[in-house]
Design a protein around this ligand. Structure first.
Ligand code: HEC
Length: 506
């Protein structure tokens, strides 16, 4: 003890000696201020979840299993195994190549790849199949798969709660990599995803999800939190996408809010990829070089990320002005309310802004893209240490009254939640239309597919015709991409969606 004290003393003396011995050096300025008394993050919902989570270890639950194990070998079919499985079954998939689409509509199913000396079970879409894995069951785990060359989705969920999507490698699978939609209580962790022409990870209309420790690159949008609440995006490595991490409201969807999103401890680096999204899609509007984009999503916390080398802007807060075609929705609030910027490391952002950003900057008499920009100029935002960053439009931001969100260990709930009740009380057709078709069809304008108005004119009193086309689309228009088959929806659902589509008036 005394030795340590002595050593410290010697160090202090050395320090003093240094200054004494350099009398011509300016004296250091030492100002003593009381440490600011900032608490932890304490929004009601967040702390409740944190308190609950504190009772168990982080992300503790697993998909319940019954002891039944089904082994699928190279040359066999995963779908056949799912058909044979009872709820609670674990389906082990041996290394090999599986050329199929797998639908899981039972509860508590685990699809678990077996990796042997680096050899994965490969699901191969051969450039013709739309989806690799589709699930709607409650309680679902998919892990250890290598998925490639599908045209639509690698892993997509519809209204399944308590899902775990982890340790998958997803390469070049079309529109979406991992796409849980309308689910509650989910984990998307330790996946490696690249080459996706919309969003590599796309959490849509969901609640209580952790998107953690994924590697996401060479895609248009890296990680997208859309019309969702209570999402933790942490520890991801996000690089060489057009836009890195996005939290936003897509106008026109039946669930119209987005909020309580914590984006922390991520590496968001060099997201300068050219935008290769399908023309007309929402993400086709993302300017290359966008580190993060928060559009109309509320209470987004940006904390301790390393955000560097994004050529247009580090972090962009905006309203629907970027949303292009789909921008009208009188029921959705366009403002990114209460943005919260805590400490982050920013370096080398904004060096070569994309034309859209350049044009905006010109109106502000600027040429270089900022670290943080708020195009709305919110007056309820906060930022710590604003003097460290190049900012634009943050003049009305105040100081944050908390410095970190460490009380929030996870946004998943400690116990599995019951199957989703249809909270929006939507009938089947409306749900399917907004959940599936509206991703590509807007009422009066061109998106990925032709406007719903045009389809109404073509099909008038013929919902059966629409349903049949949706199950088995044929190429009709040279200036549109092919429509992917929607055969994963059963016939009744397709017909209900078609009827809803014909009845739309705006
Ligand atoms: C991933 C995008 C996408 C999704 C999802 C999608 N469509 Fe389409 N849809 C298209 C595209 C692209 C076309 C144009 C295809 C063409 O003309 O070759 C199209 C065309 C159509 C047509 C016009 C057929 C014709 O005879 O001209 C109908 C009807 C249609 N879609 C119905 C649906 C329904 C119903 C759903 C939901 C169940 C749906 N679509 C989901 C992209 C999509």
């Amino acid at each position: 003890m005394n030795k340590i004290l002595a050593a410290v003393g010697a160090l202090v003396l050395l320090g003093a000696g240094y200054y004494l011995g350099n009398a011509n050096q300016p004296e250091p300025t030492v100002i003593k201020v009381p440490a600011p008394s900032r608490g932890d993050f304490a929004s009601a919902g967040a702390s409740e979840v944190a308190a609950a989570a504190g009772k168990v270890s982080v992300r503790a639950w697993e998909t319940p299993t019954s002891g039944e194990v089904i082994i699928v070998k190279d040359g066999e079919s995963i779908q056949e195994a799912v058909k044979a499985a009872e709820p609670g079954a674990v389906i082990k998939i041996m290394p090999g190549t599986y050329r199929e689409t797998v639908y899981v509509d039972k509860d508590n199913i685990t699809l678990s790849g077996v990796i042997e000396q680096g050899n994965y079970p490969v699901m191969h879409g051969e450039g013709v199949r739309n989806d690799a894995v589709l699930y709607s069951g409650n309680g679902f785990t998919v892990e250890n798969l290598y998925i490639t060359k599908y045209k639509g989705n690698a892993i997509m969920g519809q209204a399944g709660n308590n899902y775990i999507i982890r340790n998958n490698i997803i390469v070049d699978t079309g529109v979406y990599g991992i796409f849980p939609q309308l689910g509650k209580n989910g984990i998307v962790a330790h996946n490696v995803i690249s080459g996706i022409e919309d969003a590599a990870i796309y959490v849509g209309m969901s609640d209580n999800v952790d998107v953690v420790y994924n590697q996401v690159f060479d895609s248009v949008a890296g990680i997208e939190i859309e019309n969702s609440r209570s999402a933790l995006v942490e520890g991801n490595f996000v690089y060489n996408n057009t836009g890195g991490i996005l939290a936003f409201i897509t106008p026109g969807l039946p669930i119209k809010t987005c909020g309580d999103v914590i984006i922390r401890n991520n590496f968001v680096v060099d997201n300068n990829h050219e935008n290769f999204a399908i023309p007309g899609s929402l993400v086709s509007n993302i300017p290359p070089g966008t580190g993060m984009l928060v559009m109309a999503c509320d209470d987004v916390v940006i904390e301790q990320n390393i955000i560097s080398g994004n050529d247009s802007v580090g972090v962009l807060f905006t309203d629907f002005s970027l949303a292009g075609n789909a921008a009208t929705d009188p029921d959705a609030d366009p403002n990114p309310n209460r943005p919260k910027i805590l400490n982050n490391i920013m370096q080398d952002n904004g060096k070569n802004p994309a034309p859209l950003v350049r044009a905006f900057l010109a109106t502000q008499l600027q040429t270089r893209g900022p670290d943080f920009v708020d195009t709305v100029g919110m007056d309820d935002g906060c930022i710590l240490n604003p003097e460290r960053f190049r900012t634009l439009g943050l003049d009305k931001y105040g100081d944050c009254d908390f410095a970190n969100t460490r009380t929030v260990l996870t946004y998943t709930l400690p116990e599995p939640v019951p199957p989703r009740v249809n909270e929006t009380n939507m009938e089947k057709g409306k749900l399917a239309y907004y959940g599936v078709c509206a991703g590509c069809h807007a009422y009066g304008s061109r998106m990925i597919g032709p406007p719903t108005q045009i389809i109404q004119a073509l099909y008038m009193d013929n919902p059966e015709g629409i349903a049949a086309y949706a199950a088995n689309p044929v190429r009709k228009r040279d200036d549109y991409p092919e429509m992917p088959p929607q055969a994963h929806l059963d016939e009744e659902t397709r017909l209900a969606a078609a009827k809803f589509m014909l009845g739309l008036t705006r």
